[in-house]
Design a protein around this ligand. Structure first.
Ligand code: HEM
Length: 400
């Protein structure tokens, strides 16, 4: 194997190649870090080795996911121009692929039977995945908030009381802008939302009204009275659903109840990107939104697979080694409260048929097709240089 350090081409290494490989990867540490505790008739319990390796593999991947998330958050927190959105897409995609591996990895541990697990389970107490610092950091950095956690989980940080460094990292992860916060402010700057410009929101609202009025007229033409009443009733329900995005006070009430996560403006940006994803400048933003949903989906799938595995191993009425109600606690974490980007999933509720999507005027169309260079100006805001020069003012938001 060639030297992973990259300083040698392998041929220079001779017999030492294996040693350098091990040194670089610190295999002496990693491969001696498995310390089974259980024993059966004086011998180690065979499956405990798998149990330890699986958890360690998870923790290593968690570390990589956190590494990627931190770098993505860093890009989002500085000004994002198109050249950087590609890096975001690449890294989010990497996170998605890792999470897919993590979801499937549960199956390997399921080759252990509950009886095998019983051989060493008691030695584990009070150790539990509930004490995984990296899992909590990952949740916090994505944007799972304290108040949205289920009750038992709201005290999650207590288990780290003995570890000052862990508490410091937890507090920092709660304090810092999460990926959700950063995506939100990025979406709020979506070009085309400005009321004095294209005013997407105003146009979209009119389109929805037009589409609903047409349906109302159709329903009113229905001759069978029960059917007419049914159709009109269904339509009123849809009107109410749309009210929840057109009336900011309703949106904000849902926000405070945790049923929505994005600000009103960010939601508008997400809807606009979804409609016009075929425009060149919205193509990568649309990929980003899709990848964010993938992340939520895969974590939910992991939670679900893990919960089923727990039921298989310890049933539904035994407490977890970490002291929770076990299966029932884990089942409660499957709710939408843990889906950070739940608003993106729910966008489909607000789509309108293609014919009703507001047509882009020439100005916004040329903005969204723009592929030219971005220029950094004095105050650090990136603006489209040609536009500023041509129009004498900037109609474009700083970036997308
Ligand atoms: C036989 C296999 C496993 C069993 C029986 C099991 C059991 C449990 C139980 C009962 C809980 C709830 C907390 C408690 O009271 O202990 C829990 C939480 C957790 N486990 Fe596992 N687990 C297993 C494998 C794994 C693996 C392989 C991972 C990978 C890292 C993992 C990570 C976690 C995490 C992160 C939590 C916290 C979840 C949350 O609070 O939302 N578990 N586990």
């Amino acid at each position: 194997m060639s030297c992973p350090v990259g300083l040698h081409d392998g041929s220079q290494l001779g017999d030492e190649a294996g040693m350098l490989y091990g040194d670089y990867l610190m295999l002496d540490k990693i491969l001696t870090a498995q310390r089974p505790l259980g024993e059966h008739n004086g011998a180690p319990v065979h499956d405990e080795h798998l149990f330890i390796i699986t958890h360690q593999a998870y923790e290593l991947w968690f570390k990589q996911v956190i590494w990627e998330l931190d770098s993505i958050r860093k890009i989002f927190s500085s000004i994002v121009d198109e050249s950087q959105t590609l890096d975001i897409v690449k890294r989010l995609n990497r996170v998605v692929l890792i999470l897919k591996v993590l979801v499937d990895q549960v199956m390997i541990l399921e080759t252990m039977t509950p009886l095998d697990f019983m051989e060493f389970r008691n030695y584990l107490r009070p150790a539990s995945g509930f004490q995984s610092l990296q899992f909590r950091l990952l949740e916090n950095k994505l944007g799972v908030t304290q108040e949205l956690r289920v009750k038992y989980n709201q005290n999650y940080a207590k288990v780290f009381d003995h570890d000052k460094e862990a508490i410091k990292r937890i507090e920092q992860s709660e304090r810092e802008a999460s990926l959700k916060d950063l995506v939100q402010s990025w979406l709020e700057r979506t070009p085309g939302l400005e009321e004095e410009g294209f005013n997407f929101w105003g146009k979209y609202q009119k389109s929805v009204e037009g589409s609903l009025n047409e349906e109302r007229e159709k329903a009113n033409r229905e001759k069978v009275e029960t059917l007419r009443k049914y159709k009109l009733n269904e339509l009123e329900k849809r009107v109410e659903v749309y009210q929840s995005i057109f009336r900011p006070e309703i949106h904000n009430a849902l926000l405070s109840r945790g049923e929505r996560r994005f600000s009103h403006k960010a939601l508008q940006g997400a809807i606009m990107i979804t409609f016009y994803r075929d425009e060149p400048r919205f193509s990568q933003p649309h990929q980003i939104l899709t990848l964010l949903m993938d992340i939520d989906s895969l974590i939910t799938k992991w939670r679900y697979n893990h919960m089923l595995m727990v039921q298989r191993m310890i049933g539904s009425s035994q407490l977890g080694t970490g002291g929770s109600s076990g299966y029932h606690y884990l089942r409660s974490t499957l709710s939408d409260r843990y889906k950070v980007f739940v608003d993106l999933f729910n966008l489909s509720t607000f789509l309108v048929p293609r014919a009703y999507i507001p047509v882009l005027d020439e100005t916004i169309k040329s903005h969204l097709c723009y592929w030219g260079p971005m220029q950094k100006i004095d105050n650090g805001v990136i603006e489209k240089s040609r536009d500023i020069k041509e129009n004498g003012k900037s109609t474009l938001l700083d970036s997308i």
